[in-house]
Design a protein around this ligand. Structure first.
Ligand code: HEC
Ligand code: HEC
Ligand code: HEC
Length: 416
């Protein structure tokens, strides 16, 4: 590092720690406040959206893809020039509650402030203390690529009028159970689970009457969070809280796609917070009977030959990992595909996605990888494989997936 760089850091450090209201709140910040802030930031996935691929944590620059174009997350490190280093707690609270930046410009709801608005003052102050304790990084987010007229920020005032209920938060608690109340507060507020698991209307706002009914996000199905009891093996609260913190649960599939980073972030949340969220999610289940054990019968018109082709491909490309006595099931303790939500869903979307994209290594367990097959298998082969998995591993009605459908799914994940 040359002298100039050292000088710049020294100046930035002095600038960041002198004079401002922030500095006094920083010095006053108890380590426990910062620690609590870290746990809460983990529930809010701040790092997931505010870190670009290969970039410094919280320095922003990740494109968030919406039907209206790409919005880049901003730098929320305490750098005074390009981050939020000069922000007071009040300015930070205003962003979290009203989606307003410190200079008054309105923020896009790709930043889930419609959920963060429900946070308590104390929790906002903790997250603020944590953010201010991060290493400042100089970085400017690329310009957004939005279609007209949505590139005109003042229009967001209308959107907020319609969909931001900041002044009048719904009562978060109807139960008399402290853990459930806390879970609901986190799931609906900071945890913003509905942002992916609730269908959106044409203006990109969540359909309140369809909360947690499931939605498509980045080419993946975020399944309904109200039907966990109709899984081939109904979810338990313990399995759900393990899944949320590790991305894995016994007797259920592994977290993939956009859910995987959520679980990586929740790994740093407090166990009590995650257990409360799991308790709340279990409390909103539809009391539906366990999956019907309908007899497996190939659909009319389903080509026996195509299923056979799928079976052959499975033996060649998949069985080493997924067959009944493979090391993954025996040593790794991973369930058979029959317990996977994606194989049992009405839509073949997530099976196709996992086949195309594969699964990255999960933290330290490098052995839990599935290679991407997008470059190795044709659309027709992927269709045959998915149709075979459905017939072989699910009791639900067969899929009639065609090569064309796979081609459509292929195009759906935006290139970063
Ligand atoms: C789903 C993605 C997502 C998550 C999760 C998320 N953010 Fe953001 N955030 C964004 C985007 C995108 C923007 C930029 C919006 C814009 O420019 O209109 C943003 C902007 C902000 C801003 C305004 C910065 C500025 O310069 O105006 C703050 C502050 C902020 N986020 C803090 C947080 C915190 C704290 C968390 C975690 C509790 C968090 N964000 C979680 C996507 C996200
Ligand atoms: C190198 C090992 C490996 C190979 C080869 C492999 N997979 Fe996987 N696959 C995995 C792992 C690991 C998971 C995550 C399973 C878990 O932990 O529950 C997975 C998950 C899946 C899932 C999602 C299950 C869920 O979690 O919901 C499907 C579907 C799937 N694989 C199908 C296939 C098919 C079809 C092939 C062949 C084209 C294949 N896999 C090849 C390792 C592999
Ligand atoms: C960024 C989008 C996103 C967010 C935020 C998100 N999820 Fe998900 N979630 C998904 C997707 C996509 C899947 C399906 C992928 C998979 O099963 O691997 C999923 C799968 C799940 C599953 C597995 C369901 C099943 O039947 O197998 C559970 C449970 C779940 N999410 C709970 C939550 C909870 C609780 C939260 C809030 C703390 C949350 N999710 C936040 C996108 C998201």
């Amino acid at each position: 590092m040359n002298f100039k760089a050292i000088l710049r850091i020294a100046i930035l450090t002095i600038a960041a720690t002198s004079g401002t209201a922030l500095a006094s709140s920083l010095q006053a910040a108890e380590p426990s406040l910062i620690q609590r802030g870290a746990q809460l930031a983990a529930v809010g996935d701040c790092i997931v959206c505010h870190t670009a691929k290969g970039g410094a944590p919280f320095a922003g620059g990740l494109p968030i893809h919406t039907p209206f174009g790409a919005i880049y997350s901003t730098n929320i490190t305490p750098d005074t020039e390009t981050g939020i280093g000069g922000w007071t707690l009040d300015a930070f609270a205003q962003a979290m509650r009203r989606g307003e930046s410190s200079d008054g410009h309105l923020l896009y709801p790709a930043f889930p402030y419609v959920h963060f608005t429900h946070m308590t003052d104390a929790d906002i102050a903790s997250v603020y203390a944590f953010m201010m304790s991060r290493t400042p990084v100089r970085a400017n987010a690329p310009a957004n690529k939005l279609i007209f007229p949505l590139n005109f920020r003042p229009l967001l005032a209308v959107w907020n009028l319609l969909y931001l209920h900041a002044d009048n938060p719904e009562p978060m608690s109807r139960a008399q159970d402290a853990q459930l109340d806390h879970g609901r507060y986190l799931v609906e507020g900071l945890g913003h689970c509905a942002a992916c698991h609730t269908p959106l209307n044409v203006l990109g706002a969540e359909k309140k009457d369809r909360a947690f009914d499931g939605a498509v996000i980045d080419g993946w199905d975020a399944p309904s969070l109200k039907t966990l009891l109709s899984a081939p093996t109904p979810w338990t609260r313990e399995q759900l809280s393990t899944y949320l913190r590790t991305g894995l649960a016994s007797e259920h599939g592994a977290a993939a796609g956009p859910m995987l980073p959520v679980t990586h972030s929740l790994a740093n949340a407090s166990q009590a917070d995650v257990e409360a969220m799991a308790a709340y999610i279990m409390s909103i289940q539809r009391s539906s009977p366990a999956a019907q054990a309908a007899p497996v019968k190939p659909a009319a018109g389903m080509q026996g030959g195509a299923i056979q082709a799928g079976a052959t491909l499975f033996q060649a490309s998949c069985a080493a990992c997924h067959a009944a006595h493979s090391p993954m099931t025996v040593v790794g303790g991973r369930p058979l595909l029959s317990q996977s939500t994606s194989v049992n869903s009405d839509s073949p979307r997530n099976v196709v996605r996992v086949l195309l994209d594969g699964l990255p290594a999960q933290g330290s367990t490098a052995s839990r990888i599935m290679p991407p097959f997008a470059g190795m298998l044709t659309d027709a082969q992927i269709a045959d494989l998915a149709n075979y998995l459905r017939v072989q591993y699910s009791k639900q009605a067969p899929w009639q997936l065609q090569a064309d459908d796979v081609a459509k799914y292929r195009k759906e994940t935006p290139t970063p």
